[in-house]
Design a protein around this ligand. Structure first.
Ligand code: HEC
Length: 147
């Protein structure tokens, strides 16, 4: 019994020190991982105000700010992106027939009085582009082909 107590007296402080060293390593390791570990890429989520208008463009949809915009957003951007509208430029009859086609085949609802508002908006802001002929070339630097 006496022997046992002797060893206790010798070892106990050593165990304490060892345990303290272990704890110190664990804490240091945790701190190191916390501060120098894999970068938590800080994704900054900047919320775009869904009604923000900048330079005459409704930022969320990219549509031109003009009378009828809200009607178009409500009726025309639920199934597909507004990009599909922006990249198409048509006259009244073509816009109407596109709408008719979507109503017949894609499940677009009856627009009622809104159809006129929508088509007016579309024709005004997304009319067919007048391409015209290209300008005649000027200042041409002719050169002779070497054979
Ligand atoms: C019920 C769903 C739905 C709604 C609402 C809807 N569309 Fe569409 N639209 C479609 C589908 C489906 C297509 C085909 C998409 C594709 O080709 O990937 C389409 C295609 C189009 C196209 C391209 C047509 C082409 O010839 O390529 C245009 C332009 C368009 N839609 C405009 C509009 C406008 C303007 C409105 C509002 C009046 C509208 N859409 C509302 C379903 C819808």
């Amino acid at each position: 019994m006496q022997e046992q107590e002797d060893t206790d007296i010798i070892f106990k402080p050593i165990y304490k020190v060892l345990i303290l060293i272990c704890i110190a390593f664990i804490v240091l390791g945790a701190l190191a991982i916390y501060f120098y570990g894999p970068n938590q890429s800080q994704v900054e989520i900047t919320e775009v105000d869904s009604e923000l208008i900048r330079d005459g463009i409704h930022v969320r949809t990219g549509l031109v700010e003009a009378g009828g915009l809200q009607t178009v957003i409500t009726n025309c951007t639920t199934c597909h992106s507004s990009k599909l509208i922006i990249q198409n430029r048509m006259g009244v009859e073509q816009w109407n027939s596109t709408i008719r086609w979507m109503q017949k085949t894609q499940g677009l609802w009856e627009l009622g009085a809104n159809q006129k508002v929508i088509v007016n908006y579309l024709v005004k802001n997304y009319p067919p582009l007048e391409k015209g002929r290209r300008q005649a070339l000027t200042n041409i630097d002719w050169y002779r082909l070497n054979e």
